[in-house]
Write a protein that binds this ligand. Structure first.
Ligand SMILES: *Cc1c(COP(=O)(O)O)cnc(C)c1O
Length: 467
């Protein structure tokens, strides 16, 4: 069998003449395509010799040619693939940083659309007909929602921490617990951000235990800020201790120091009913007496990428006056989307309107039901087996690392494709479908899939048979 196939393998020159290859030749040049073809053919020969059965369905020169084309195209990253584009998140990771975190609400999308198309009152006061300030509308909504004195918006939470520390602590010391010297993703580390802000770090306590007295003893004439950072993406468990935020706030007040809390996710809705016990809400942090808090726009809030800083009017005023503000400010699209996102919370409609909140609050039973209906709609293919499995979704985005949300997974196994091949086929679909592999099966979690996207996954699965 494999010897016939080996003999039938088309030559490189024959392959180079194939219609489907002309676009690669035009884009990358004949020599590059020739080199890649050589690799593909080599890989193919090895497989045929080891006779692992995969190539059994490829009897004739044409199906061989098609398979070689498919493998070749997988080696070319097309310009289309490099473009920022919509993908379907079938991973069940609600805030997937690699996949752009929060999908926006319909009203946020409409708001972006509206101001994108035309001019806007970004820095224009409609009441007086004079120059206005960016973000006054958002600030008013946030004040109403959270009863805070003032708000400022920058590019992301990392920028919020940087500008806050630079404003309040440049040239002085920032006190922070050794248990909170965290890293969020590769490039955000608390000690590095403090250094970049022009302040010096004053570490107190130990990794697992820091007492109020540790903070107290560290305060000196150079102290400018007490920093509390939410260890979003990890937990210290066991023999641990840290002062309550209220206690820290009282100490800061007594010593005339600002207490700054980097909340990270910044949740507006109490997630305890979902079994998520380690995400303090923004309101709780403000109520406990933090002078300033910072959080992301595109984590649990479910809005666009942004860093939101809330707190005492005098401190926020100083932050806004910092020249860094100009470097870190956001545009009209971000303000429009944030305002619409916050409006949904104000109207009490966040659970139904904000996709992140809808996904988090989706009950396992409803995901099971959707998955059942989904499976029934997949056209029968002999090589494909679909089953429902119990599993878990995760929040992601560096939030509540210990929390898993019970879900139902759709498992796909094929006698024709390995899990990796299935994963690749879905990933290279248009639109790309990102699934995960678990226990040697490809699994799809509908928690993060919109109803529209479900239909697109169905048609991708219908086309799987393709060879
Ligand atoms: C995620 C996170 C950040 C960074 O937020 P970005 O919006 O991604 O810049 C900072 N601090 C904490 C505690 C976080 O969880």
């Amino acid at each position: 069998m494999s010897t016939t196939l080996l003999r039938n393998l088309p030559s490189i020159d024959q392959l180079l003449r194939r219609e489907a290859l002309q676009s690669f030749i035009a884009a990358a040049g004949r020599d590059t395509v020739r080199d890649r073809l050589r690799d593909v053919l080599e890989e193919f020969r090895r497989e045929l010799v080891s006779a692992n059965g995969k190539a059994d369905s490829l009897h004739d020169a044409e199906s061989l040619g098609q398979e070689i084309e498919r493998r070749l195209s997988a080696r070319f990253v097309s310009r289309q693939q490099l473009q920022t584009q919509r993908v379907i998140n079938a991973t069940g990771v609600v805030l997937h940083t690699n996949l752009g975190r929060a999908p926006l609400s319909e009203s946020a999308i409409a708001a972006i659309n509206e101001v994108a198309r035309d001019y806007s009152n970004l820095e224009y006061d409609l009441a007086s007909g004079k120059r206005g300030k960016r973000g006054t509308g958002l600030e008013a909504s946030l004040r109403e929602l959270l009863n805070c004195e003032a708000a400022a918006v920058v590019n992301n939470c990392a920028a919020a921490v940087l500008i806050t520390l630079n404003t309040l602590a440049e040239g002085g010391e920032v006190i922070v617990s050794r248990g909170e010297l965290i890293e969020i993703g590769g490039s955000f580390r608390i000690p590095d951000v403090i250094a970049k802000s022009g302040a010096r770090i004053r570490e107190v306590g130990t990794t697992n235990r820091t007492r109020l007295s540790d903070y107290e003893k560290a305060i000196n004439e150079n102290t400018k800020v007490i920093l509390r950072a939410h260890p979003s993406n990890y937990r210290v468990i066991g023999f641990t201790e840290k002062p309550a935020l209220e206690e820290l706030a009282q100490l800061a007040r007594e010593r005339g120091l600002p207490l700054f809390e980097d909340l990270g996710s910044g949740c507006l809705i109490d997630l305890n009913p979902l079994g998520i016990h380690d995400e303090p809400t923004i309101a709780e942090a403000l109520k406990a007496g933090a002078s300033v808090v910072a959080f992301s726009g595109d984590k649990l809030l479910g809005g666009p990428q942004a860093g939101i800083i809330l707190g005492e009017a005098e401190l926020i005023k100083r932050i806004k006056a910092n020249p860094l503000m100009r470097a870190l400010r956001v545009d009209k699209l971000t303000f429009a989307a944030l305002e619409a996102t916050v409006a949904a919370y104000l109207a009490g409609r966040a659970l139904t309107e904000i996709p992140v909140q809808t996904a988090l609050h989706a009950k396992k039973e409803s995901i099971t039901e959707r998955s059942r209906v989904f499976i029934a709609q997949v056209p029968r293919q002999n090589h494909l087996t679909l089953e429902l499995l119990d599993g878990y979704s995760v929040i992601g985005g560096g939030s509540a690392p210990e929390t898993q949300l019970p879900t139902t997974l759709i498992s796909l196994t094929s006698s024709q494709f390995s899990p990796d091949e299935l994963e690749e086929r879905l990933r290279l679909n248009s639109p790309p479908i990102i699934a995960r592999i678990q226990d040697d099966r490809l699994v799809i979690d509908l928690r993060t899939v919109s109803l529209n996207a479900e239909t697109e996954i169905l048609s991708a699965l219908a086309n799987l048979a393709g060879r």
